[in-house]
Design a protein around this ligand. Structure first.
Ligand SMILES: [Fe+2]
Length: 397
């Protein structure tokens, strides 16, 4: 069977690449773009500078700056109204995963009509939206290169996964200089999201030779440089390496899918307002322990690529070292357990059956090397609450 790959038609990577936004828009024949960003970047003047830059290239742009963390269908609808009222023909998203995901969903509704929930996985998206240039300011969700968007239904509160090749942005400007001012917490969380993308795409049932190379390179780099980015925010070499690796991890998971960590992470984030990278981090070690037996060689490859194990270590030992290292890294990056995060115990345990059901319905757990039942997902949520005993490879049997 052939491998299907979807990546942006144009990628500009490197410090200062955001300066080429006007040129890229002209190449895409965009005449009236709408810049989609969040209130913070708007207040900081970053969106305004982009607007000026694009305008100087002879392309008048406007700004929609009402995106929210964890995009909602209401905000997407509001963005679509602004897009239509302003006679826009293209989208430029500027920010972390939330503005980029918002722009993807806006483009989808502009082209196809209806409501966001009409396109929830596994529903198809028939038509491609207008040209979309994505400019990430975190490293990162990888959303600038992926075929996914995650939008919370404003009515039901469900964090919906929407997937389709037409969601891949037309172009991405990957400029690490935009990440230099990211605070430590955001750096750690978005970076852990990238690490999870790399590991999950490598162990995914949909992994392929193309995504394997990207995933292994990305996890090697992220494991090494993420702590440097957190502790030395101005380290340009580390920021540059992290930004490229986050985009590579994005390309890997967009074409190989994520798996159980992401499937379980979305409901946890939606019900308890945990940042996406943080909820991934809370789950990653325990899910790795649960899954390891079904893909021992693949997880051992990860451990070796990340420099946690050597060729002399057998697979089982390598995977044991990987799980320990993931717990240690969480401690180093001050990742709380759900309990330490401040979630109420009764509320957490009450929600577990619903979260397990929503995790399975998203389709991501079906890509996991070990396919879980609802009961097994519930057990992992319970184990993550405040682990007295950390699960190991042996517990995953
Ligand atoms: Fe993610």
């Amino acid at each position: 069977m052939s491998i299907e790959l979807r990546i942006p038609a144009l990628l500009k990577i490197g410090g200062g690449s955001v300066g080429e936004a006007g040129k890229v828009l002209a190449e895409l024949r965009c005449k009236r773009p709408l810049i989609v960003t969040d209130p913070f970047l708007h207040k900081q003047g970053v969106a305004e500078r982009l607007k000026k830059l694009v305008s100087e290239a002879g392309i008048p742009a406007e700004i929609f700056h009402s995106t929210v963390a964890d995009p909602t269908s209401d905000v997407v609808d509001a963005g679509v109204r602004v897009f239509r009222a302003g006679g826009h023909d293209s989208l430029v998203s500027l920010g972390g995963g939330s503005p980029i995901d918002t722009a993807k969903a806006m483009g989808m509704l502009v082209a196809n009509g209806g409501r966001v929930r009409d396109y929830k996985v596994p529903r198809p998206i028939p038509m491609a939206g207008p040209p979309h240039v994505a400019i990430p300011t975190t490293a990162g969700t990888g959303s600038e290169v992926t075929r996914f968007t995650v939008v919370t239904d404003s009515e039901s509160g469900e964090k919906m996964l929407i997937a389709g090749g037409v969601l891949v942005p037309s172009a991405a400007l990957v400029d690490y200089e935009l990440t230099l001012s990211m605070p430590a917490r955001l750096t750690a969380d978005t970076g852990t999201d990238s690490l999870t993308h790399a590991i999950e795409s490598y162990v995914s049932r949909k992994a392929n030779a193309f995504t394997d190379g990207l995933a292994l390179t990305a996890m090697r780099v992220i494991w090494e440089v993420l702590p440097v980015c957190v502790h030395e925010p101005g380290n340009r070499r580390a920021r540059e390496a992290m930004m490229l690796a986050a985009t590579q991890a994005g390309m890997a998971f967009s074409n190989a899918s994520v798996a159980l960590v992401h499937g379980m992470s979305r409901p946890l984030g939606a019900h308890f307002h945990v940042a996406h990278g943080l909820s991934n981090a809370m789950l990653l070690p325990a899910v790795t322990a649960f899954s390891a037996r079904a893909a021992m060689e693949r997880y051992a490859d990860c451990a070796r690529a990340m420099g946690i194990a050597t060729r002399e270590d057998g697979d089982e030992r390598a995977v044991g070292l990987l799980i320990e290292a993931l717990y240690r890294r969480n401690a180093e990056l001050e990742v709380p357990t759900p309990k330490q995060f401040g979630i109420g115990e009764a509320e957490y345990f009450d929600k577990i059956p619903l979260m397990a059901e929503q995790a399975l319905a998203s389709g991501s757990p079906q890509n996991n090397p070990r396919m879980p039942t609802a009961q097994e997902i519930e057990a992992i949520y319970r184990a993550c609450w405040a682990p007295a005993v950390r699960p190991t490879v042996a517990d995953g049997t």
